[in-house]
Ligand binder design. Structure first.
Ligand code: HAM
Length: 429
């Protein structure tokens, strides 16, 4: 028989792991709700051209990492490698850009054909946030602060914020001219990968990990020196405001990001606790993207957090979760019918109710309740069913008789009082 396996770079998230994921997602969603950011969901599959145009053909993501195929109608489709281009497309297509300001978030799987390693997968998950229509420097600060606060709320340690500015397209094209001239002279001293990038995406050379190239680049022209007064002003204000908010940052003039749409502010947040894949969040301003994709000239800024990296970093304290609040032990045909009705009623409360469906002996069912550390058990056997009642008791161990009560089916007030007194007053979050 064929032993099927998942594809390399994809993972199964199993029930025990998902408790942590759900806790992390809950904290994120609360913070987004409090910051009045609204959800948007776009398809996972898009036309390939969207990413060619949006992200840029010279980027690694587009040239090497996309999952692209022809569908049965011979249309080129791509599994989304990121969410920003899709959000821009959705806003244009649905006529939503008439609203002047929008704060949006999305969460879900993204796909990049990269070499898998710890914290790097081919199917991974991102939380993305996009502020559309926002031009002011304060929106840059607000978006960085939001990313920072989400990570802090999750208790992530050793965070480092790196910032840079990429200027506007005029600044960048002036810089690129000077940089290309310099590259022509220094080409042969660079590593092969950087040499290949000269024609495709010269800016990304600044981002090289090659130590020798890094050293040589120290003498290259700096984008910073080509900034217009306006761009420089913007950058200096961001630094000043971050200081006021006491968000520590370092400047990294080589931070260029891997996607072509960025203008002005670019930032990344890393954690010293992650290995080589240390970037947990990346983002920046993209004032030309919407226009470039056929929409009006609308400024925007956003970020995305890699959820796998977040999970690697989140502490064990997040893993605590309630398994079961009420375990219904039941045996005998009448008892089993009554137990089913009761479990439906109990699920109207904020309590986790587990109905034993095994039909096995009382002692086996009690052992299961014990194993699940249920806070309370309900017992319904033939005797109870005959009297149309059930026994409910706080469960400390198999022999415990504490806080026991017999309640008739239909006596909702008595049940309600018992639950309020014994369980609901201490329900865990
Ligand atoms: P990005 O830097 O390509 O930005 O990705 C953001 C984050 O996604 C990374 O910092 C990392 O945590 C995570 N990530 C990326 N690739 C992988 C992978 N193969 N495995 C695991 N995690 C990964 C963007 O995608 C932009 N759309 C962010 C943005 C939104 N900029 C403006 N708005």
């Amino acid at each position: 028989m064929n032993n099927f396996k998942n594809l390399r770079g994809t993972v199964d998230l199993l029930p025990d792991q998902l408790i942590k994921w759900q806790n992390v997602e809950k904290i994120i969603l609360e913070q987004l709700f409090r910051s009045s950011v609204k959800e948007i969901r776009t398809p996972i599959l898009e036309m390939t051209d969207l990413f060619l145009r949006g992200i840029g053909e010279g980027t690694d993501v587009v040239s090497k990492e996309m999952y692209t195929f022809l569908d049965r109608g011979k249309r080129s489709c791509t599994l989304r490698p990121e969410g920003t281009a899709s959000v821009a497309r959705a806003l244009i297509q649905n006529g939503l850009l008439t609203k002047p300001f929008q704060k949006l978030w999305y969460m879900g799987p993204m796909f990049r054909y990269e070499r898998p390693q710890a914290g790097r997968q081919r199917q991974f998950h991102q939380l993305g946030v996009e502020f559309i229509g926002y031009e002011s420097v304060r929106s840059d600060i607000e978006i960085i602060t939001l990313a920072w606060d989400i990570l802090e709320k999750l208790g992530i340690k050793e965070l480092n914020l790196e910032i840079n500015t990429l200027g506007d397209h005029v600044d960048r094209s002036n810089f690129q001219k000077a940089f290309l001239k310099w590259l022509e002279v220094n080409k042969n001293s660079l590593d092969q990968d950087s040499q290949r990038r000269i024609d495709k995406n010269p800016l990304r050379i600044l981002d090289t990990k090659n130590i020798k190239t890094k050293k040589i680049l120290e003498d290259s022209p700096r984008l910073f020196d080509f900034l217009s007064e306006k761009s420089l002003d913007r950058y200096l204000t961001i630094k000043e405001k971050l200081k006021l908010l006491k968000i520590p940052f370092i400047e990294n003039f080589n931070l260029v990001r891997g996607l072509d749409y960025y203008t002005h502010t670019a930032f990344e947040i890393t954690s010293g606790l992650l290995g080589s894949q240390a970037t947990v969040c990346g983002g920046g301003r993209y004032d030309n993207l919407i226009n470039q994709m056929g929409g009006a000239e609308i400024p925007a800024i956003g970020f995305a957090i890699g959820l796998e990296r977040l999970i690697l970093l989140s502490g064990n304290e997040l893993e605590k979760s309630r398994e079961t609040d009420i375990y219904i032990v039941n045996k005998g045909s009448n008892a089993e019918t009554l137990a089913m009705q009761l479990s439906r009623k109990l699920r109207n409360y904020n309590l986790i109710t587990e109905l034993d469906l095994s039909g096995s002996s009382f002692s086996k069912q009690l052992k299961k309740a014990n194993k699940l550390k249920s806070r309370c058990i309900i017992v319904i056997g033939d005797i109870e069913a005959l009297k149309n009642e059930f026994v409910i008791r706080l469960f400390i161990n198999v022999n415990s008789k504490n806080q026991e009560e017999t309640i008739s089916f239909g006596d909702d007030i008595k049940l309600d009082n018992w639950l309020k007194k014994n369980l609901l007053s201490t329900v865990l979050p």
